[in-house]
Design a binder for this molecule. Structure first.
Ligand SMILES: [Mg+2]
Length: 422
């Protein structure tokens, strides 16, 4: 309703009487504040119905049992009607023990500026200093805060600002540094149909969908954790690329009994909120996939358990009931992950711009950059800086808030389904 043009479009030969006030027509803003109770909204509009006015806009907010109800209406034209309306509305409000304010003005709401974004702020807890800093930066970037509302109070406090008048890329860079300094997560997503049209989510597995690094679970069974850790450290120092380090680590598993695969599957710990994220996305009609530099022996099982649409990873070779220390098939590395995101998008019939990728490692960077929205999840600083958005709380379902889905919607969908929310 805030987007309404100031003057109704011309409709030649159309008999419909325009209901919007002209830009220079006088209007009344009727504001009611007080303790919320049933029947207030009906009561106010019943009172207004006694006058020849049109409703231009309505906004209502209830916070901890207190209601703010604003009605923007045209001014009644009959002689003396406006002052009569004022007296009647104040009398009604008094009888309801509410405060009323009636403000004269001109026209409709100012049209919202170009460049609209949703700024989601996640805090645990959310400090007033952080809100102040973010609001000041939005204003500093030329943005106007049009609305603010809470998306969730659990497992984090999530608040969404609807902002207009600033480019989302400008906002994103302005807010990213401040967010990190304030210990909150801030996501800036451009508004519009695109946001609602996102239809494919692709996640990394190790340290994203699950809390573990699968190679380390295998290494523990092979008694070579230290050697594997050494190779990992060498790779992090840049001495080995991903493929070299993968081969070197898998080679250490040679001879391991294949029955270990079942043990590792049982040891894998899902990240808190992982089930809620996948279940909610599936209900909303999203397709969900995983890509992993780990192993299909684990990702296939996760695909089955969580009802995922796509899964791809490296495959440990098994011969005569033992791991050979080799992988078979094409290697899933950094470039491979981005390639798989594109392949999944094609299979899902979704343009890349409508995909979301989530990951924590340098290996995920190409995929995060290729996706419509790249979310760095509890990632290392290098990944965090390169991604659109970073989430640094250890709950995967907070990604839903970035998509504008509220906790209330998640929980009521679970209730309908009889599924306990995790
Ligand atoms: Mg990872």
């Amino acid at each position: 309703m805030n987007d309404a043009p100031q003057t109704p479009p011309a409709a030649a030969g159309d008999e419909i009487v325009p209901t919007l006030p002209a830009a220079d027509a006088p209007t009344l803003l009727v504001k009611i504040f007080g303790k919320d109770r049933p029947g207030l909204t009906a009561g106010l509009f019943d009172t207004l119905a006694g006058y020849d006015v049109d409703v231009v806009d309505i906004e209502q907010v209830v916070t901890r049992g207190r209601i703010v109800l604003c009605a923007l209406v045209t001014v009644p034209t009959a002689r003396g009607a406006e002052s009569d309306l004022r007296v009647t509305v104040h009398g009604w409000a008094e009888s309801m023990k509410m405060q009323a304010e009636i403000i004269s003005g001109i026209g409709d709401n100012r049209p919202r500026g170009e460049g609209r974004s949703h700024v989601t702020v996640l805090g645990r807890p959310l400090a007033p200093e952080a809100v102040a800093a973010i609001a000041a930066l939005i204003t500093g970037a030329g943005g106007n805060i049009d609305r603010i509302f809470r998306l969730a109070k659990y497992p984090v406090t999530a608040v969404e600002f609807a902002v207009s008048g600033a480019e989302h890329t400008t906002l994103r860079s302005a807010l990213a540094l401040e967010a990190a300094a304030r210990g909150v997560d801030v996501a800036v997503v451009p508004s519009g149909l695109q946001r609602r049209a996102q239809r494919l989510v692709v996640m990394d597995v190790d340290s994203t969908l699950i809390q573990d690094e699968v190679i380390e679970l295998f290494a523990a069974h092979a008694g070579c954790e230290e050697q594997v850790a050494e190779v990992t450290a060498a790779a992090m120092r840049g001495e080995l690329d991903f493929e070299q380090s993968l081969h070197a680590r898998v080679a250490l598993l040679a001879g391991l009994d294949a029955s270990v695969v079942d043990k590792v599957r049982a040891e894998v710990r899902l990240t808190p909120g992982a089930r809620t994220l996948v279940r909610t996305l599936k209900r909303l009609g999203y397709q969900v996939g995983v890509v992993s530099g780990g192993f299909t022996q684990v990702t296939d099982d996760l695909k089955e358990r969580l009802g995922l649409d796509f899964a791809a990873a490296n495959t440990l070779e098994v011969v005569d009931g033992r791991l050979t220390g080799k992988v078979v098939g094409p290697i899933v590395d950094r470039a491979g992950k981005a390639r798989l995101l594109r392949a999944f998008a094609q299979l899902a019939g979704v343009p890349l711009s409508q995909t979301v990728a989530i990951g924590d490692g340098a290996n995920d960077l190409d995929m995060l950059n290729a996706a419509g929205l790249g979310v760095a999840f509890n990632a290392k600083p290098v990944v965090r800086q390169a991604a659109d958005t970073a989430v640094n709380v250890p709950f995967l379902d907070t990604v839903l808030y970035l998509l504008g889905i509220t906790r209330e919607e998640i929980e009521s969908a679970d209730e309908v389904d009889g599924t306990p929310t995790d």
